[in-house]
Design a protein around this ligand. Sequence first.
Ligand code: SAH
Ligand code: SF4
Length: 375
Amino acid sequence: MLPNLIDLLNLNKNELRDFVASLNEPAYRVAQIERWTYGRELVTDFDAMTDLSRDLRARLNESARIGAPRAIAETNSADGLTRKALLQLDDGQTIEAVLMLYPDTPDQVFDRAPRDARRTVCVSTQVGCPIGCPFCATGQAGYRRNLTPGEIVAQVLHFARELKPAPLTNVVIMGMGEPFMKFDVTWQAIESLTDPARFGMGARRITVSTSGEIPGIERLAREQAQINLAVSLHAPDDALRDALVPLNRKYPLRDLMRAARAYVEQTRRRVTFEYALMDRVNDKPEQARALAQMLRGGGAPPPLLCHINLIPLNPTSASPYRRSPDARVSAFEKILRDANIPTTLRVEKGIEIAAGCGQLRQAAVKSRTTDKEEK
Ligand code: SAH
Ligand code: SF4
């Protein structure tokens, strides 16, 4: 593949219009190309775009491509409902994307409407992550680079192709990386996913998770786009959160809570807080009470419109943190519920496997090294 071919997935609407115009083609070609690329067909080959002239297809082949990273490793959960793919980008870097199937889940946290099957993809936004949370495989791996909008969208299209004709129902931007470090990139990907002429997914079916990048929360609020917001909290006080989520040193809890409140006021949407339970680190009863107190706003202002997602830690090989035992998890959960904080405990499948994003990459790097050693 020639490196100077334009990846059409990287072009927003205006850029695609300009590109088509630069080929001296009429504007309706934009809709045709978008339909083939993001619609039911999900093609990666211009020759399959049969309503384009032969001459145009030839010129597209000379100047452009549709990015489709190759899966170089895959793991499936024992029940077959979760599949992680390690995708290789053009420059050889690798990222993880995860498909999660929920056959007939009646009530999901991020989208409570459907009683039918959910098919969710979890995508990465960066190769590695500069935030460096010590319990996270991605954070441990260090940071290489940001993804392009096309590389984010390509992860969704990868699984959409595998599932076709069944449609994907949800996207969670919760894989490797901090999605709000480059808000514009993440936002352009979201626009391609929600544009009815492109992938056409409802904004309410998309969730973006941040470690607390306040400017991103503020921008998402301003967009008024019905996208779900999740914030990774993991600690009820600054001293602990400074250690677990180092971005807290820049954006401490008081400011983060203020931003979350402003978000709820501006959007009227509930914020989800993620809290990974780590044995004797952040799972003590007094920490549950402090968390409840913080989310209730100390009693004076109205309680924050929120939801807590408790995730027993997925331990990684390189960190000292352990998963909380069941009894400590239950006790923590009960304190939150008794304080009237809507709380969900994540079971051993689905999103928390995605939450361990970075772990397949860690494992794949290891096993590839082992393979080589064995040869
Ligand atoms: N960087 C963003 C989004 C990706 S991480 C963020 O931090 O929010 C998605 C979620 O998985 C975050 O809540 C993160 O804290 C959590 N996570 C990371 N490693 C985990 C692990 N080993 N076990 C459980 N949750 C983990
Ligand atoms: Fe980055 Fe999120 Fe992992 Fe922290 S938890 S290192 S922010 S990917």
